[in-house]
Each structure stands twice: as C-alpha cells, then as structure tokens.
Write a protein that binds this ligand. Sequence first.
Ligand code: GLN
Length: 188
Amino acid sequence: MQGDFAAHIKIFQDLGAKTHLVRAPRDLEEIDAIAIPGGESTVMSRLSERYGLFEPLRARIDEGFPAFGTCAGLIFLAKHIEGASQTFQQTTLGVLDCTVARNAYGAQRESFQTTLEVKELGDSIPATFIRAPKITAIGENVEVLASWNGAPVVVRQQNIVACSFHPEIEGEHRLHQLWLKNIQGRPE
Ligand code: GLN
C-alpha cells in the first residue's frame, strides 16, 4: 500500500518466500504472514481504513497471524503512540503491546546508521534509522531482541517481530529470516 515494500519483497524472495502485495481485504486470503514496511504510518492508517483493510488485518494479527514491521510498520502495529498529532487522530492496529514516540530519533537529516547485536542472531547487523520511532514502553509479553542507547529497537511478541529501524535498506536479511524461522516453528 505504502512505503518501501519493494526492498522487503526482494529480501523475502531471496530467502525463498513467495510474496504477494496486500492492498485490499481479499489479498489477506493469499498470505500466511504480513510484513509492514517503513514509510509513513499516518498514510498507512488512512489508506488501510479507506480500503477496508484495517479491521480485518487488526483482527487477524490479534488472533495470531504473523506480522513483521519496520519503522512506520512498528508504529502501525503498536498499541500506543506517545505525543500523537492533535490535528489528526492517528489510529494504529494496536496489536503489539508497546508505546512508541514517532520521529524521536530525529528528523530526516539526522538519519544515522549503526550496528546492533541482535539476540538469537549472535551477530551484529547494520541498522539505518530514518525519522525513526522510539519504543518508550513495552508490555510484559514483549521480549527485547536488541537495544540501542538503552531503548529497545527490536522487539518480539509471539507472532510479531518489529524494529525501529530499516534493515531492508541495507539488503540486510537476517531479521526477516529470524521472523520466518520463528513463525515456521510455531505450533498451528
Ligand atoms: N516517521 C515515520 C512515521 O511516523 C516513520 C519513518 C520511517 O518509516 N522511516 O510513520
């Protein structure tokens, strides 16, 4: 629907997964899991409501449908937004028990790259932060897989993995792979 989905598609295809773009509720019938890219979370909220996708997607993920989110995707999955816009009541899917502060890692020109140690990968990965959301609180079912400067930046809650940054921009595939392994190993 919106954002840098092409970069995710390339990574999933390289990992041997079949991909299908989701724009309408009927697309949900074609998929076993969904990745929500970086982009602009307010636009994702508006478009998904306009296309009737918001509620079916929310209900599915809430029932255990696997979801992966990067940057704006994390915001769209999160339960709470700290300091949300007063002029536009931004809705989120609310399926990931955490609070995020939008753009808290700075404006576009303050974008930066770093490397992060990720639990279970046993290795560090490159991470690009672009107007990235900061995770300011997490629920007790949420596990932290990586932190940066004391704040969680990769989190997992059962079927959901989400991160504040963009691994896909670097063509970094190991987080995508970790999520795919998690959901393939999950009991039905
Ligand atoms: N700041 C954007 C938002 O609020 C997210 C930026 C990104 O995905 N790189 O949606």
